[in-house]
Write a protein of this length. Structure first.
Length: 287
């Protein structure tokens, strides 16, 4: 391997340290940051995810509250629960655990979150602010991929940057963050003709396609910085499971100058970004 690793775990630890300092300062001012999670139903994966969120939040001095609703609750009840969190002055940030049980409308519930408390950056207001180059709570995964690139030390100004993926929570906001850093951005998707022709030109290559090991050596130019957002559990040769990204790590690492590993790259930074957004929301509310 010739590429050096962009260590997401170390970056996440640095972000958490900063968050912990800011959370302590807010607590001293009598305005402790608090993350509230609305969990509807009893999906075991969602319950486990909420438990992990609580551990991460409390680990940096952010209070955590889980509000639960039964899986058969109706839309007006769920919307009222979001409204109650919106007006609760002790709550700095709100997460709605997805997916919500059918027939509830998860999109409508997320759009109901007050923009100032939308710490996952899933609402139209924050995405709009991001597009306008204004201060916004950016979607955590996009912000994490951007932070990993920044951690490489590269000056993004004018760099040929290619984002594979155009989802609302990753690809699009990531392109906006890159534009904000004066990169030259190309966005690729399933209708892009000759994907490799685009990705090979990239000095900064971001892959958020959701396809295990989509990007191989033939897609990457010599010396590129490669940020792999994908994360997938796949069968390994020994019959066990392993975690891979959207990039064929070994062959791309032989060509790239810097690369994020999977696991241990964008993933841990995403969690740290949720904490960062929560403390930022709390700080703004405290002013
Ligand atoms: P998504 O909603 O499925 O979007 C995937 C995007 O990639 C779409 O825009 C799609 O194009 C594009 N795409 C798919 N196959 C492609 C191909 N062969 N060539 C070019 N473009 C292709 O996924 P997402 O939510 O953005 O997530 C992307 C990846 O990030 C997933 O692997 C997910 O697991 C991972 N993820 C990681 C974290 C983390 O913390 N590390 C958090 C969230 C997500 P179209 O628009 O044309 O369909």
């Amino acid at each position: 391997m010739s590429a050096s690793l962009i260590d997401g775990k170390a970056l996440a630890a640095r972000i958490r340290e900063g968050v912990a300092r800011r959370a302590a300062a807010l607590r001293e001012k009598g305005r402790p940051p608090k993350l509230a999670c609305l969990l509807i139903g009893d999906d075991p994966a969602s319950i486990s995810y909420a438990g992990s969120q609580q551990k991460h939040a409390e680990g940096v001095g952010i209070d955590y509250e889980l509000r639960c609703l039964p899986s058969d609750c109706d839309m007006p009840t769920a919307l009222s629960a979001v409204d109650a969190l919106n007006v609760d002055t002790n709550v700095s940030g709100i997460i709605i655990q997805m997916p919500v049980p059918k027939p509830l409308d998860g999109f409508a519930l997320q759009q109901r979150i007050a923009a100032s408390k939308d710490v996952e950056g899933v609402g139209a207001a924050n995405l709009g602010l991001l597009a306008m180059g204004r201060d916004a709570l950016a979607p955590c995964t996009a912000a994490a991929a951007f932070a990993c690139c920044k951690a490489s030390g590269v000056d993004m100004t004018g760099k040929e940057s290619v984002v594979v993926g155009r989802s609302v929570i990753v690809g699009k906001p990531l392109a906006m963050l890159l534009l904000g850093a004066n990169a030259t951005v190309t966005q690729c998707h399933t209708r892009t003709r000759d994907l490799a022709a685009h990705t090979r030109r990239a000095e900064l290559l971001f892959v958020a396609a959701g396809v295990p090991e989509l990007i191989g050596a033939e897609h990457v130019g010599e010396g590129a910085i490669v940020i792999d957002v994908g994360t997938h559990r796949v069968d390994a040769a020994d019959g066990k499971k392993k975690t891979v990204g959207d990039v064929k790590f070994d062959e791309v690492a032989a060509i790239a100058s810097q690369i994020t590993p999977v696991p241990g790259g964008v993933g841990p930074v995403t969690v740290a970004m949720l904490l960062e957004n929560t403390v930022a929301a709390a700080a703004r509310a405290a002013h």
